[in-house]
Design a protein. Structure first.
Ligand code: HEC
Length: 219
């Protein structure tokens, strides 16, 4: 009985002594975040990055791409060329992020508005038709009045894709017949089929699924 107690005490002592000898990485000399240090003259242990340091992925050299602004005012050009892919992507993103309020047509009569949200202005007004491209980018980036900002959800390139698509939407609602390329012209329907846009009148020349005038998803 006595003997086993001694052994136990010895084992305990050994454990304590050995534990005291540990020098693992967790024990190495270091500063806790933002701790004071007498080593530096400003007494801060955390050193400021060298002036001009840019974190990986944060080099926004092309300021126009990220702000849509030239100086303090919105610019009126795209930071990259508009291709069919750009417009297709813009349409897809627009229909996801903007159409719930602005509607697929951009007339401000989206489903959320029909359910009571504040009605945005139509894109097809003189003022917004003339608004520079960078203005739309800025509204998406920083929000506008009751409209939230979308910078955290839509990356800059996609915001520009949407800008290009909005301009195309505006054109689509404000073009003369002379501006439509010949191969895309729909022959005039017989008078019996003419109706108000959106009245549900079916034009025989239009394919099924494209009768509402709403842009379809790219296939
Ligand atoms: C939740 C609803 C909602 C969504 C989604 C939304 N908007 Fe808006 N938008 C509004 C409202 C409301 C206004 C009017 C705000 C006001 O006048 O206070 C507005 C205004 C605007 C304007 C006009 C600003 C002006 O000068 O009058 C533009 C351009 C615009 N939105 C673009 C977009 C784009 C692009 C998207 C998609 C990325 C988008 N909005 C998504 C609700 C929305």
């Amino acid at each position: 009985m006595r003997n086993s107690r001694n052994i136990l005490a010895l084992a305990l002592l050994a454990t304590l002594l050995l534990a005291g000898c540990r020098q693992d990485m967790q024990d190495q000399p270091r500063f806790k975040p933002l701790a004071k240090s007498d080593f530096y003259s400003d007494l801060r242990s955390a050193r400021a990055p060298v002036e001009g340091t840019v974190a990986r992925g944060q080099l926004h050299e092309d300021t126009y791409l990220y702000t849509g602004k030239v100086g303090n005012s919105p610019g009126d050009y795209m930071p990259f060329a508009v291709t069919e892919d750009v417009l297709a992507r813009g349409r897809e993103r627009f229909n996801i992020y903007c159409a719930p309020c602005h509607s697929r047509l951009g007339d401000g009569n989206g489903m959320i508005v029909q359910r009571g949200f504040r009605r945005p202005p139509s894109y097809h007004t003189e003022r917004l038709r003339k608004a520079p491209l960078g203005y739309f980018f800025d509204v998406m980036t920083n929000g506008f009045g009751a409209m939230p900002e979308y910078a955290s959800q839509i990356p800059p390139r996609d915001r520009w894709n949407i800008v290009a698509y909005i301009r195309a939407l505006q054109l689509s609602q404000d073009a003369t017949s002379a501006e439509v390329p010949a191969r895309q012209k729909v022959p005039s329907p017989p008078p019996a089929f003419r109706g108000d846009p959106g009245s549900g009148a079916t034009l025989p020349e239009l394919q099924p699924g494209n009768q509402t005038g709403n842009p379809e998803e790219p296939k």
